[in-house]
Design a protein around this ligand. Structure first.
Ligand code: MN
Length: 204
């Protein structure tokens, strides 16, 4: 299959005032596009050219480092854009809400744990809510453009929500204030999509 650079599912200014339009435009058209272009160039040099990203990640430790960095960058940002929407936020409902309450006690406790993972990731990386092989939830973070699908992960799982905590994701609006950016993120989380991801894993 040919790899496609995904459409941004909303306008650059759609997540204002929480995520500003200038950051969205640069993040999508420059950062995400560069990950896409460099991934396509890197994977062409391997026998996995054309394979789905999820499959590539299960072998990523044996592939050239640019595949890991740029393939991760491609996948992670696509999941991130789809995890947000205008007029979103609030709290999950249904089976995901139940699972969060069972694992973390409450939605607020879950958010605190996710906030810690995002705030305490040193340097560049991502915070994740993921589903482990036994269908339980887990919160963790990863460095650089790694993610929990990679065979290098110390928290192997399928991510259903991700937050980019690279400085390029927030510096124009929030400068060094990563915790303020993390707080703003909760106003744009598209729980319908996150819940659908969760339920599709349960139904596998
Ligand atoms: Mn990014």
């Amino acid at each position: 299959m040919d790899y496609q650079f995904p459409e941004l599912p909303y306008a650059f200014n759609a997540l204002e005032p929480h995520i500003d339009a200038m950051t969205m435009e640069i993040h999508y058209t420059k950062h995400h596009k560069t990950y896409f272009d460099k991934f396509v160039a890197a994977i062409k040099e391997t026998e996995m050219n054309g394979a789905p990203l999820e499959e590539i990640f299960t072998h990523v430790s044996k592939l050239p480092t640019p595949v890991r960095n740029h393939g991760g960058g491609l996948y992670n940002h696509t999941l991130f854009w789809e995890s947000m929407a205008p007029n979103a936020g609030g709290a999950p409902t249904g089976k995901l809400a139940d699972a969060i309450n069972v694992k973390y006690g409450s939605f607020e406790e879950f958010k605190a744990k996710f906030n810690d993972a995002a705030a305490n990731r040193f340097g560049s990386g991502w915070a994740w809510l993921s589903v482990k092989a036994d269908n339980s939830l887990c919160v963790c973070s990863s460095a650089n453009q790694d993610n929990p699908l990679m065979d290098t992960s110390d928290c192997p799982a399928t991510p259903i929500l991700g937050l980019d905590v690279w400085e390029h994701a927030y510096y124009l609006k929030f400068q060094n204030r990563r915790p303020d950016y993390i707080s703003a993120f909760w106003n744009v989380v598209n729980w319908e999509v996150v819940q659908a991801r969760y339920e599709s894993i349960l139904n596998k």
